[in-house]
Design a protein. Structure first.
Length: 332
């Protein structure tokens, strides 16, 4: 389906940069938007909370300057991620900042709140809500979300466990609004595959950890470059919510991933200490990191995705023509 202008304007690749706790800040968002994809950061990354206004002003100012200098290559819109669970004591403050600065897109997580959606709609913004299964998706739309982010198996951070094909086909059976897919997407071919399944946009996070603009320690970036799918552990043992973590970071924290999951040994006695370090020292990542080979500027990563996407699209068009010839059904 056609995306609303708020989401589509400035996009040169059908991608949204996923907001990552600690990692995503103004520098990464600005670089992503200038490269032609939606950049996003969690509002909770701005600490203290008064810093959020400064970040939003900086993002607006730099993107406006870019657009004035490059009228033929406008920046993509930016988004702010809000944790809308009742436990977030900053929600009211952070939402007011988004309203003041008219953040084009707000991504909501951990609950669906009609009053949040209404506040964003009041200035013309749109709300995308992330979900891990169809039941939550239906509730989010009922409460006023404009679009859905389907967080499938293998996604970085707090992820679902449902296969992306199943997740997309269930949502598309009843929802015709903007649909984003998250989980293991780190190539242009992956972006096109998400669209072939029925999603409008790919939602990519882990690949951007290995960029120069990411607020990630060098060791974290290098783990992304060195890592493969087998280096990812899916567990709720660190935060109480299932998520995907880098095994080497667990080892670096002095813990043995295998013993933790098996409930064995002294590692369990160390868990209370490890729990306090989740995200800061025990790092999240998705299963798609095997496609990341080096640390590069975010713009270079987007350029690679664009080239791969174009190549895959051309191959798919040729393939469609081949099978249309065999079946007698026109490719279009």
């Amino acid at each position: 389906m056609a995306l609303p202008p708020t989401l589509a304007d400035g996009l040169r690749l059908p991608v949204v940069g996923a907001p990552m706790f600690i990692v995503s800040g103004p520098e990464l968002v600005i670089a992503q938007c200038k490269a032609g994809i939606v950049g996003c950061f969690p509002s909770l990354n701005a600490r203290p909370e008064t810093l959020l206004d400064e970040w939003l002003h900086q993002i607006r100012e730099e993107l406006d300057a870019h657009d004035r200098a490059h009228p033929d290559r406008l920046s993509a819109p930016f988004a702010v991620n809000q944790i809308v669970h009742r436990s977030n004591g900053r929600l009211e403050h952070d939402l007011e900042a988004c309203v003041r600065h008219k953040a084009p897109i707000v991504i909501t997580s951990l609950g669906a709140r009609p009053e949040v959606n209404e506040a964003v709609h009041g200035y013309g913004g749109i709300v995308l809500h992330d979900v891990i299964h169809d039941t939550f998706a239906r509730k989010a739309v009922e409460k006023g979300a404009d679009g859905l982010i389907l967080v499938a198996a293998g996604a970085g951070g707090h992820a679902g466990s449902i296969n992306p094909i199943a997740l997309v086909q269930e949502a598309r059976a009843w929802f015709q609004g903007p649909l984003l897919l998250s989980g293991c997407i780190a190539t242009g071919r992956g972006v096109l595959a998400a669209q072939a399944m029925g999603a409008d946009l790919a939602y990519i996070g882990s690949a951007f950890i290995a960029t120069t603009e990411a607020n990630a320690p060098p060791a974290y970036r290098q783990m992304i470059v060195d890592g493969r799918a087998e280096d990812i552990l899916y567990t709720d043992i660190f935060t109480g919510i299932r998520g995907n973590y880098l095994k080497p970071s667990i080892a670096a924290a002095g813990l043995d991933a295998d013993n933790l999951i098996a409930g064995q040994g002294d590692d369990l006695s160390k868990l209370s200490d490890a729990r306090a370090k989740a995200w800061r020292d025990i790092w999240g990542a998705g299963q798609g990191i095997g496609a990341i080979e080096r640390v590069v500027p975010a713009g270079d990563l987007v350029a690679r995705l664009q080239a791969e996407y174009a190549e895959a699209l051309a191959e798919l068009s040729q393939l469609a023509g081949t099978y249309a010839d065999k079946s007698g059904v026109p490719a279009n």
